[in-house]
Write a protein that binds this ligand. Structure first.
Ligand code: PLP
Length: 373
């Protein structure tokens, strides 16, 4: 089955008991034991497993083409579970422009617990090869990245990781399995903040890890998920599954809108630079063309006149909401430098845009009036 069909059907079946076409939400935290001591469907207690979580995990496994998935209360909980499944003394390599919460988690929580880590520019393959150590267990890839929307070659990084007997984990939040297939490119695990495009409506927090093999590492991930209680609620799983049904079509529309906005802004006199992998001038364009089926809904722009001009521009926008996050139907714009604070890699005149599903002519007109043209 193709991805549009999987998004509608994987993990989703008519309810055998009632005939309900839309799945029921199972709020029960506990499940009856049979007279012989067994459990009818294998459910015991909802921290260990719940029908709504199983449904969403089954769907995510199918969408990424993996062997198993684990759903979490947030993307950060998924990252935490993966890192916590390694051992103190192990080494992890992350990109210098990893999602800032990933680096923060390493710096403030996982590092003090005993994991060692380094950040490296993943567009520089020699630098990655040099930074891998004998105790490197995970090479973490994130593409497209925040906030410069840089592209990393997953196939190349996975090969470098495997040559050192390390695993390659890919944060596929921005691309989704609709646009990029990390497991087919050699990654061992895929991580998602399902809060973003997979949920798709800015109304549910969630995360997931999907594994190519249901191996010993993934058993440990599941142990952290259930023993640590990093689990999403049944309603959150239900909302996520509802969002996933339309993700293949939404990604096409996000990508088409973002491409049109990027082309328009590229020649705008008030704009210094546009960062979007769909532009031929983008340094990662050739890799993106190979690795992605479309270029996604995220772009950033640098406004002429510095920080004040950038902030003033956002104040004039009517259709773009000034807010963090991404992947919902509404367009959002964000001044990343002030969100990330000290140590940010974001230029002061940079605005990150999550291009939504509005009519693109309306979006372009709004950007034009805010940029003052
Ligand atoms: C949002 C995001 C995360 C973190 O996910 P949460 O659901 O907010 O915990 C991780 N990686 C990327 C690329 C993200 O955009």
């Amino acid at each position: 089955m193709r991805i549009e069909t999987l998004a509608v059907h994987a993990g989703q079946a008519v309810d055998a008991e009632t005939g309900a076409v839309t799945p029921p939400i199972h709020l029960s935290t506990t499940f009856e034991r049979d007279a012989d001591g067994g459990y009818r469907q294998g459910y015991v207690y909802s921290r260990y497993g719940n029908p709504n979580r199983s449904a969403v995990e089954g769907c995510l496994t199918a969408l990424e083409g993996g062997a198993a998935a684990a759903a979490f209360a947030s993307g950060s909980a998924a990252t935490f579970a993966l890192l916590q499944s390694l051992a103190p003394g192990d080494h992890v390599l992350v990109p210098t422009d990893a999602y800032f919460g990933t680096t923060k988690l390493l710096r403030e929580v996982i590092g003090p617990w005993g994991l060692t880590w380094d950040a490296v520019d993943m567009t520089d393959l020699d630098a990655v090869a040099q930074a891998i150590r004998p105790n490197t267990r995970v090479v973490w890839v994130e593409t497209p990245s925040n906030p410069l929307v840089r592209i990393v070659d997953i196939r190349e990084i996975a090969a470098l990781a495997h040559a050192a007997s390390a695993r390659c984990v890919c944060d596929n939040t921005w691309a989704t399995p609709v646009l990029t297939r990390p497991l087919e490119l050699g990654a061992d695990l895929v991580m998602h903040s399902t809060t973003k495009y997979l949920g798709g409506h800015s109304d549910v927090l969630g995360g997931a890890l999907i594994a190519r093999e249901d191996d010993e590492l993934f058993q440990r991930v599941r142990g952290v998920q259930t023993s640590g209680g990093l689990v999403p609620s049944p309603f959150e799983c239900w909302l996520l599954l509802r969002g996933i049904r339309t993700v293949p079509w939404r990604m096409r529309a996000h990508s088409a809108n973002a491409l049109a906005v990027a082309h328009h802004l590229r020649t705008h006199p008030a704009v210094e630079a546009v960062h979007y992998p769909g532009l031929e001038s983008h340094p990662g364009h050739q890799i993106a063309k190979r690795q992605m089926s479309a270029f996604g809904g995220m772009l950033s722009l640098q406004v002429r006149g510095g920080r004040d001009a950038a902030l003033a521009m956002t104040a004039r926008l009517q259709l773009f909401t000034r807010a963090t996050s991404l992947g919902g139907s509404e367009s959002l714009i964000e001044h990343r430098a002030s969100v990330e604070g000290a140590g940010t890699m974001a230029p002061e005149n940079l605005l990150r845009v999550s291009v939504g599903l509005e009519n693109v002519e309306d979006l372009i007109e709004d950007l034009d009036q805010a940029l003052g043209s």
